[in-house]
Ligand binder design. Structure first.
Ligand SMILES: Nc1ncnc2c1ncn2[C@@H]1O[C@H](COP(=O)(O)OP(=O)(O)OP(=O)(O)O)[C@@H](O)[C@H]1O
Ligand SMILES: [Mg+2]
Length: 256
């Protein structure tokens, strides 16, 4: 086993609410690890603690053996961990290529950070590579704001990968997507891990997606880790069925 990320007894309080309560798990290198749980379970809070967006009240985050607890998102990116948010962070008034150029500027740090990326061959090569890899050539000169929802989420992942991270954190990458776009994103994420060896931590609501995509699943419920294991192990856990799938099935029954 080769853990790229270790989360140890991580917690955060918002006033009296213990949004994340003593959560521990490892994410293995080159694998897809998913965090699932119902609304308000603490998934995004956990994601924000790991990626450095909010400081933890307790616990530790280790990335490649280094203690990165409380490091800023920028420091995390420098260490090799990139993230894509539940809420979009694209510049809608810029083109696809310009969004990627901005993100690729990171590759030039320490080599003239303020140098325009247009004259940086390294950054330009990365932009071209991402446009091809993410099948965005036909849209390269369109404003990001005019892309379809699925294309925007695809571009966001491309933006997160511009700095060549070794680990990618994704918060609900298929939120609001059509079935076809979800399937496409699933294939894309799997390809990043299997073909490119990227380690992925995914926070996701869509149980079916998580079960078919992940190597390892952490189930959150009311801020705590309820269970963890392979998709098959987690799915057959009675506590999980009660707290999560039970609730889903109940909701599905109510909807039908
Ligand atoms: N900045 C904050 N201040 C106060 N309370 C917060 C804050 N962020 C989250 N919470 C609360 O913490 C709990 C966990 O929220 P969180 O967003 O982490 O859940 P989630 O599992 O991501 O939910 P969803 O599936 O809806 O995205 C919720 O009760 C939420 O209202
Ligand atoms: Mg969330």
């Amino acid at each position: 086993m080769d853990a790229i990320l270790s989360v140890r007894d991580l917690g955060v309080r918002f006033g009296s609410l213990h949004a994340v309560n003593d959560v521990s798990f490892d994410a293995q290198r080159g694998k897809i690890t998913a965090v699932i749980g119902p609304n308000g379970a603490g998934k995004s809070s956990l994601f924000n603690l790991i990626s450095g967006a909010i400081p933890p009240s307790s616990g530790q985050v280790l990335f490649e053996g280094q203690d990165v607890t409380g490091a800023s998102p920028d420091q995390m990116l420098r260490s090799g961990m990139a993230r894509s948010f539940q809420i979009t962070n694209l510049f809608f008034e810029l083109t696809v290529r310009e969004n990627l150029r901005l993100a690729a500027q990171f590759l030039e740090q320490g080599r003239g950070w303020l140098r325009p990326v247009t004259v940086s061959t390294r950054g330009m090569a990365r932009v071209d590579e991402l446009i091809t890899q993410f099948v965005l050539a036909a849209k390269a000169d369109e404003l990001a704001g005019y892309l379809s929802h699925g294309e925007q989420r695809r571009l966001e992942i491309a933006v997160a990968l511009a700095a060549r991270p070794r680990m990618l954190l994704l918060d609900e990458p298929t939120q609001g997507m059509s079935h076809a776009d979800t399937k496409e994103t699933e294939t894309l994420i799997r390809g990043l891990a299997v073909e490119h060896g990227l380690s992925i931590l995914l926070v996701e609501h869509d149980v079916d997606l998580v079960m078919s995509l992940s190597d390892y699943v952490v189930v959150m419920h009311q801020g705590q880790k309820l269970a963890a294991g392979t998709p098959a192990v987690v799915r057959s856990n009675p506590k999980v069925q009660m707290a999560y799938f039970g609730e889903h099935q109940e909701r599905a029954r109510c909807l039908n």
